[in-house]
Every structure is written in structure tokens, then in C-alpha cells.
Design a protein around this ligand. Structure first.
Ligand SMILES: [Zn+2]
Length: 83
């Protein structure tokens, strides 16, 4: 199996889609097939959703910080070298 091929261990039992991690699999099931989930799967989905939300929030803050640094960096470069 090549590194690009998702592990078939995490295959959706309803639509057949494959995933690299169990978190991606449970997030897919929670979004696409919530009616077919058991209580344990729903609990796992909630935990994965909270973790994913925190990761996305962290990424957004870091991306905004990098944009601010780049903006002011280029602004100061322009002020120093173009004037
Ligand atoms: Zn599916």
C-alpha cells in the first residue's frame, strides 16, 4: 500500500470512503451519516469535533498573526527602502 492510499481500516461502512485517521472517519460519520451512529460513536464524534474546533481556532489565530507580521514587515521595508 502506498503512503498516499488511506488505510482501509478506517473505511465508512455506508458510503465506502476511506480515511487516514479514526478522527477523520468519525467526523465524516457525524456529518454525513448521523442517523446511523451509535451512542458511543456520537460521543466520539463530539470529542473529535471539540478537538477539531480547537485546532481550527488555533490555526486561524496563527494565520492572522502571520498576515499581520507580513503586512507590517513589508510596510516597514517599503518605508525604509522606497523613501
Ligand atoms: Zn460515509
Amino acid at each position: 500500500m502506498s503512503p498516499e492510499t488511506p488505510n482501509s481500516e478506517y473505511r465508512c461502512g455506508i458510503c465506502g470512503r476511506r480515511f487516514y485517521t479514526p478522527d477523520h472517519h468519525i467526523l465524516h460519520c457525524g456529518v454525513r451519516h448521523p442517523e446511523a451512529m451509535t451512542k458511543d460513536e456520537r460521543d466520539a464524534y463530539r470529542e473529535a469535533y471539540v478537538a477539531e474546533s480547537a485546532a481550527i481556532r488555533s490555526f486561524r489565530i496563527r494565520a492572522l498573526g502571520m498576515l499581520v507580521v507580513l503586512y507590517f514587515g513589508f510596510l516597514f521595508l517599503y518605508v525604509i527602502y522606497a523613501s
